[in-house]
Design a protein around this ligand. Structure first.
Ligand code: GDP
Ligand code: IMO
Ligand code: MG
Length: 420
């Protein structure tokens, strides 16, 4: 079986969780490689909804291993709550969940710094999820961060934590004029929770490569290509590589073992948080898409901005992620529209005003009938097929999967991408 990676092609929330959940039926393992609990991946199984933030979306399957790779930043609080939620839902984790000892730990002071920085930025704020993601990755890159490995020795942890939080508290008090955070409480709390999760922590790189040699491993991206720290709409991005290089750096996998890259693309575009969004519809159509699509953030509950599919971004995503094909999600949300547009190109983006020059669109007739739950491509209305084929032609890609509703069963798989 193939090992594959799945990456959001736009600004996140493309339906990655749903597609990973569907594909995990035949998979052996599911691996997260970057981001943290800023992600919100929604799975719907027979009207029951699960939102996963940190644990890979394969966890609901009994025979699938779930691995949190070294590139993920982990809040032990968020990890514990998610583990407890899953346990309450009757999902076992023993022998199924593995977490890299090299993961950096998100501290309460990272969260305080993230929030303080946003307040200080005022109108120029990024609109982060306030989960401490940026400050934690900063400490990783500046080699001050604390990893699970450091927790094995309480003395080492004490020294590293005291020194790091002294610096955080200096920033909080002197620069942001916010209250400092008591180190002792943080230390006790983390050590207590570490005891509960330590059995899941291993050196994941060898384990992941061994799993890949057998096959059927899904690498599950978080966020999306335009939120990538290098390739996205900087500075309105997250602090990790959400794109293909993140798969490798965030797990240590030998790229030669991965045969297929799947882009997850929503049939229209959304963005949550601030920053440029060229194809945004600040009108009734945008509001209608958001209402029908239920476009409310799975992590922060914020309303997502909506617009037509951004083809320029899709092409870039296919290019830089070396995508083999795409999964087009949420086409059922467009069922009622008379006309559906695609943003095909634009010029310069002004990063002060977010204005965009020379926007170009093409418009196609809608299909005006329900696609909800359709499982065979041939059963799609002709105009829905034309919409899909137009995307394939313009972006020079193949739409291998089409999602026709939030439920696990509501999917068209044109090919089985896990098969060799
Ligand atoms: P992710 O972050 O990429 O995993 O996406 P989210 O879970 O944040 O957002 C996607 C939302 O769309 C969730 O509420 C899903 O249940 C829902 N969803 C996924 N696929 C479909 C689909 O094909 N049709 C509809 N109507 N909803 C979908
Ligand atoms: P999933 O995996 C959509 C956005 C935030 C903000 C920016 C930086 O569910 O697709 P951060 O807290 O990461 O420093 O915020 O990135 N963002 C997401 N937007 N989906 C996500 O994850 C996101 N994770 C972060 O809204 O604009
Ligand atoms: Mg999401």
């Amino acid at each position: 079986m193939n090992n594959i990676f799945l990456i959001g092609t736009h600004w996140g929330d493309e339906g990655k969780g749903k597609v990973v959940d569907v594909l995990s039926e035949k998979a052996s393992a599911c691996v997260r490689f970057q981001g943290g609990h800023n992600a919100g991946h929604t799975l719907v199984i027979k009207d029951k909804k699960f939102i996963l933030h940190l644990i890979p979306s394969g966890i609901l399957r009994d025979n699938v291993k779930s691995v949190i790779g070294n590139g993920v930043v982990v809040s032990v609080d968020a990890l514990m709550s998610e583990i407890n939620e899953l346990k309450t839902a009757g999902i076992s984790l023993e022998g199924k969940l593995f977490i890299s000892q090299n993961c950096h730990i998100i501290l309460p002071s990272h969260i305080a710094l993230d929030k303080a920085r946003e307040i200080r930025l005022g109108k120029k704020s990024i609109g982060t999820t306030g989960r401490g993601i940026g400050p934690c990755y900063e400490d990783k890159v500046s080699r001050k961060g604390i990893r699970f490995l450091d927790l094995q020795n309480p003395d080492i942890f004490h020294k590293k934590l005291s020194s790091l939080m002294e610096y955080h508290n200096f920033l909080l008090k002197e620069y942001f004029h916010e209250s400092p955070i008591e180190v002792n409480n943080v230390e006790d709390e983390i050590l207590k929770k570490y005891e509960e999760v330590s059995s899941f922590i291993i050196d994941t790189d060898e384990y992941i490569n061994d799993l890949c040699k057998v096959g059927g491993v899904l690498f599950e991206g978080a966020q999306g290509t335009m939120l990538d720290i290098d390739h996205g709409t900087f500075p309105y991005v997250t602090s990790s590589n959400t794109t293909l290089p993140g798969v490798v750096s965030g797990t240590g996998v030998n790229m030669g073992l991965i045969k297929y890259g799947l882009g997850i693309t929503k049939a229209y575009s959304t963005r949550v948080g601030h920053g440029p969004f060229p194809s945004e519809l600040k009108n009734e159509i945008g509001m209608k898409i958001g209402e029908i699509g239920g476009e409310v953030g799975a992590t922060t509950g914020r309303t997502r901005r909506c617009g037509w599919l951004d083809l320029k971004v899709l092409k870039k995503s296919i290019r830089i992620n070396n995508l083999s094909g795409i999964a087009l999600t949420k086409i059922d949300v467009l069922d009622q529209f008379d006309e559906i547009s695609i943003c095909t190109n634009y010029g310069q983006i002004n990063y002060e005003t977010f204005d965009v020059q020379d926007l170009e669109f093409i418009t196609l007739p809608g299909w005006k009938s329900s696609t909800l739950g359709i499982r065979q491509f041939d059963k799609l209305p002709i105009n829905a097929k034309k919409y899909i084929e137009t995307i394939e032609n313009l972006a020079n890609t193949s739409v291998d999967i089409i999602s026709t509703g939030p439920d696990r069963e509501q999917i068209i798989q044109k090919i089985n991408i896990l098969d060799d």
